[in-house]
Design a binder for this molecule. Structure first.
Ligand code: ARG
Length: 702
C-alpha cells in the first residue's frame, strides 16, 4: 500500500449507456446491468484501495460517462489541464471535473473552445516522467499538444490513433513502471510506431495481440508492480510476470459496453514533477493560402484530407466563399504536424494541390556534389506546372514531369533556368531545390468555366465502363480530329494486346489518316504486328479464323529472324516484305516510334532499345509537346509515359483491367479519362466514329 498515490474515481450510481459515441456503445444502449456495474466498480475500487488512496468525485445526473474519470483532465504536479470533450454528449462533464480540480488545490488550465482534448484518456506520462505521450486522431486535436507542452513544461510525443475501436490512447497504450510499455501496435500509424520504437527499447515493449486488445488489456491501472485489468490471455499474463508485474484481473464487462475499462475508470491525481531537460515541442505549424473554386472543384476537400492522411491536423483560420458561379474562394489554413518530416510531407501535398505559403521565401538550394545524386530532402516534382522563387523572382520549370528534382543552372550570360530532371541526370555544378519553400504549382482548368466541348471535364478523371464507352469514344474521336486538324500532336502507347484483339488494322488506320504523330511500345507489339502482316497469325493464332495454326508458335521467331536479317523494321517494309499493319504505316508515313525492351523479349528486334535509360530518354523526347496521349493496353509503358507527362496533356487510357485504368486516370487532373473495355473493340468504335465525322473544319494538308 502506497497511500501517497491518489486515484480519482466516480461511483457508477448514474452510469448507463445512453448514447453512441464510440463503436463499443453500438448495440449496447441501456444494455448494461446497474447491479453488475456497481459490483464490478466496487471490486475495482477495493483492489485499488489496497494499494493507493482513492478519492471520489460525486456522480451527476445526465452525465453517465462521468464514471470515466480518466477523461476529467490531465494532471501533473499541482496543475490540471481540463478536458474539452469532442462530443456534446460529454461536454457537460467539464464543470463537474473543473469544480473537483479547483476544490482540491489544482491550478486549472482550459483549452480554447473548439480545441478538443480528452485528458488522461489521450495523454499518458512516461512512468519516469521523461515526456508525455499524447494521442490524436479521434477525440483530441493535435493542436492541443503544444499547449500541453507549454502549460506542463514537458516534452510531448504525439501518437496518431488509426483504429476507431481504440479511440483514446489509453485503450491501446499503457506505460508501466520501470520503463515498460504495454501496447497494441496496429492501433497506431507507421510513423507513430516508429516513434514508439525509437523511445522504448525492444526488451521493454510488450506488444499485445488483437484478442487481448479487444478485452481492453491495455486499459490497465498500474500501481508500482501491480497491473489491474479486465482480462488478459495466459500468454500476456506470463509476459507481464516475466517483466516483474503481478497481474490482477477484475471483470469490467459492464463498462466495456461503453468503451471503457479499468484505466478509464481512474485518474491518477498524484503525478510528481520530475526534473528534466527544458521543454520541447515537436508539433510544428505553418499557415497556407488556397484560392480558386475551392468548393466546386473539391480542392478544399482534397486539401483537408491530405492534411489528415499525412498525420497532421488543421484549423481553418479564414474562409471567404466566392459568392457567384465565377467568383473564387479564398482560405487560410493552419496546418500542424508532429514532426518536421510530417509537416513537410503535408506541405508538399498542399503545394501540389496549389496552396501558397504566405511568407514568400526564396527556394532553398543545395549543390549537386555527386553526378546523378540529389541532396537529401530534395523537392520531388509533380505533373503540375511549377515555379520556383530565386532571388525574389519566380522561374518557370522546364520539362515538367513527376518524380524529378528541380535543377537550376546559369547559362554563360548568368541567366538562370530551372529544369525538372531525373536524379540520374543531375550534374555537379547544378543547384537543386530542397524543402518546400519558394515553390508553387499552377492549376488551370479546375474552375467551372470550361465547356465540356473544350475539355474532357464531363468525364473528368472518370472510369467509364461498357455503357458509357460509346459516348466516350465520340468525345475522343472529336478531340483526335481537332488535334490533327490544327497540326497538334497525338502520341500512342500500345501493347501487343492491340494486335491480339484485332485492333492492328484500326491503329494502322489512325496512323495512315494522320491521327498519330508518334508511337511508343515494346518489342512485342512490333513482333506481333509484323507476324500478323507477314504470316496472318498473331502468336500463332490465325487472325481471320481465330484458330491456332500448326507450327504457328514459331512464327514470331521467324519474323524476328527476318527483321534481324535486314537490319530494321524500316528495311523489311522497304523491301516489300510487310504489306500492311501498324509498323507498315509508321514507316510509310514517317511516324517515329520507340520500342523499349524488357527482360522477356524474344529477339529482340534490331529496333528495340534494350538500354532502358536510353529508351526512357527516347520516350521523353517523342512525348515533348504532345497534346494528347492514347494509352492502349500496356500497363508498364503507359505508367512510364504518365510519369513523364505534365498536367494539361489529355490522356486516354484504355484497358480491360479496371485497376490499370484507375491508376492512370487518377492523376487528379481533369484531362485524363479511363475506359475499361477490350482495346480491339475500342479501336474499331473509334475508327467508325472518325469515319462518321463529317468535319465542319477543313482538313489540313498532310
Ligand atoms: N463512453 C466513453 C466515451 O466514449 C468511454 C470513455 C472511456 N474512457 C477512456 N479513458 N478511454 O467517451
Amino acid at each position: 500500500m502506497n497511500a501517497a498515490i491518489r486515484i480519482l474515481m466516480c461511483p457508477p450510481d448514474l452510469y448507463d449507456v445512453d448514447y453512441v459515441i464510440n463503436p463499443w456503445m453500438e448495440g449496447n444502449v441501456h444494455k448494461s446491468s446497474k447491479e453488475r456495474a456497481a459490483q464490478q466498480w466496487q471490486q475495482l475500487k477495493t483492489l485499488i484501495a489496497e494499494r493507493a488512496t482513492v478519492d471520489l468525485v460525486p456522480p451527476a445526473a445526465g452525465w453517465p460517462d462521468l464514471v470515466f474519470t480518466a477523461n476529467a483532465g490531465l494532471v501533473l504536479g499541482d496543475r490540471a489541464v481540463l478536458s474539452r470533450f469532442y462530443h456534446p454528449e460529454r461536454q457537460g462533464e467539464e464543470p463537474h471535473f473543473k469544480a473537483w480540480f479547483e476544490g482540491n488545490g489544482f491550478t486549472v488550465y482550459e483549452l480554447p473552445p473548439d480545441l478538443p482534448f480528452e485528458g488522461a484518456g489521450d495523454a499518458l506520462l512516461d512512468r519516469q516522467g521523461r515526456w508525455l505521450w499524447a494521442g490524436y486522431g479521434f477525440r483530441s486535436e493535435l493542436d492541443s499538444h503544444p499547449l500541453l507542452a507549454e502549460w506542463l513544461d514537458m516534452e510531448v510525443v504525439s501518437l496518431r490513433l488509426m483504429d476507431r475501436r481504440f479511440y483514446h490512447l489509453d485503450t491501446c497504450f499503457c506505460p508501466l513502471t520501470d520503463g515498460y510499455l504495454l501496447y497494441y501496435p496496429p492501433a497506431f500509424d507507421t510513423y507513430s510506431n516508429r516513434t514508439i520504437e525509437m523511445r522504448v527499447p525492444p526488451a521493454k515493449r510488450i506488444a499485445i495481440e488483437e484478442a487481448d486488445a479487444v478485452q481492453f488489456a491495455c486499459n490497465a491501472v498500474n500501481l508500482e508492480h501491480t497491473v489491474i485489468l479486465n482480462q488478459a490471455s495466459p500468454a500476456l499474463k506470463q509476459r507481464l510476470q516475466e517483466c516483474g508485474f503481478t497481474v490482477v484481473e477484475t471483470p469490467l464487462t459492464e463498462f466495456l459496453k461503453a468503451g471503457g475499462a479499468a484505466k478509464c475508470l481512474t485518474l491518477r491525481v498524484t503525478e510528481p514533477v520530475q526534473p528534466k531537460p527544458a521543454e520541447t515541442v515537436s508539433v510544428l505549424s505553418r499557415v497556407v493560402d488556397l484560392s480558386g473554386h475551392l468548393l466546386d472543384s473539391g480542392v478544399m476537400n482534397r486539401a483537408l484530407d491530405a492534411v489528415v492522411e499525412c498525420g497532421g491536423s488543421f484549423q481553418v483560420l479564414d474562409f471567404k466563399l466566392g459568392v457567384q458561379k465565377q467568383s473564387t474562394s479564398h482560405a487560410k489554413l493552419k496546418v500542424s504536424g508532429p514532426s518536421p518530416e510530417i509537416i513537410e510531407s503535408i506541405l508538399s501535398r498542399l503545394i501540389e494541390i496549389g496552396a501558397l505559403l504566405p511568407e514568400v521565401k526564396d527556394a532553398r538550394l543545395e549543390p549537386v556534389v555527386q553526378d546523378g545524386v540529389a541532396p537529401d530532402d530534395f523537392y520531388v516534382t509533380t505533373i503540375y506546372p511549377t515555379e520556383v522563387r530565386v532571388n525574389g523572382q519566380w522561374l518557370r520549370c522546364q520539362r515538367q514531369r513527376m518524380d524529378g528534382a528541380i535543377a537550376l543552372r546559369a547559362d554563360g550570360a548568368g541567366q538562370l533556368t530551372a529544369t525538372c530532371k531525373l536524379l540520374r541526370d543531375l550534374e555537379v555544378g547544378e543547384q537543386v531545390v530542397v524543402g518546400i519553400d519558394g515553390i508553387r504549382t499552377l492549376h488551370k482548368g479546375e474552375g467551372r468555366d470550361k465547356s465540356p466541348k473544350e475539355e474532357f471535364s464531363f468525364m473528368g478523371s472518370g472510369v467509364s465502363s461498357e455503357r458509357r464507352v460509346e459516348l466516350v469514344v465520340e468525345q475522343i474521336a472529336w478531340e483526335l480530329r481537332q488535334v490533327r486538324d490544327r497540326g497538334g500532336k497525338t502520341v500512342v502507347t500500345a501493347g501487343p494486346v492491340v494486335v491480339h484483339t484485332g485492333g492492328a488494322q484500326h491503329l494502322a488506320y489512325l496512323i495512315r489518316e494522320g491521327y498519330v504523330q508518334a508511337l511508343l511500345g515494346g518489342n512485342a507489339i512490333a513482333v506481333h504486328d509484323l507476324e500478323q502482316a507477314m504470316m496472318g497469325t498473331s502468336l500463332g493464332v490465325d487472325m481471320t479464323r481465330g484458330v491456332p495454326v500448326s507450327g504457328g508458335h514459331r512464327h514470331h521467331l521467324k519474323v524476328i529472324n527476318t527483321v534481324r536479317r535486314y537490319g530494321s523494321i524500316a528495311a523489311v517494309v522497304e523491301k516489300g516484305l510487310v504489306p500492311s499493319g501498324i509498323f507498315y504505316e509508321c514507316v510509310g508515313r514517317n511516324v517515329p516510334f520507340s520500342l523499349a525492351g524488357s527482360i522477356r523479349d524474344d529477339g529482340p528486334l534490331p529496333d528495340t532499345e534494350m538500354n532502358l535509360v536510353a529508351a526512357q530518354g527516347r520516350y521523353a523526347e517523342l512525348l515533348q509537346g504532345a497534346d494528347m496521349i492514347l494509352m492502349l493496353s500496356s500497363m508498364l509503358h503507359s505508367i512510364g509515359v504518365g510519369n513523364m507527362t505534365p498536367a494539361g496533356v489529355k490522356m486516354v487510357c484504355v484497358d480491360i483491367n479496371p485497376a490499370v485504368v484507375t491508376k492512370l486516370a487518377d492523376r487528379g487532373s481533369i484531362e485524363s479519362v479511363g475506359v475499361v473495355t477490350d482495346v480491339g473493340l475500342f479501336l474499331s468504335l473509334l475508327v467508325k466514329q472518325l469515319e462518321k465525322l463529317t468535319a465542319p473544319i477543313p482538313l489540313a494538308a498532310h
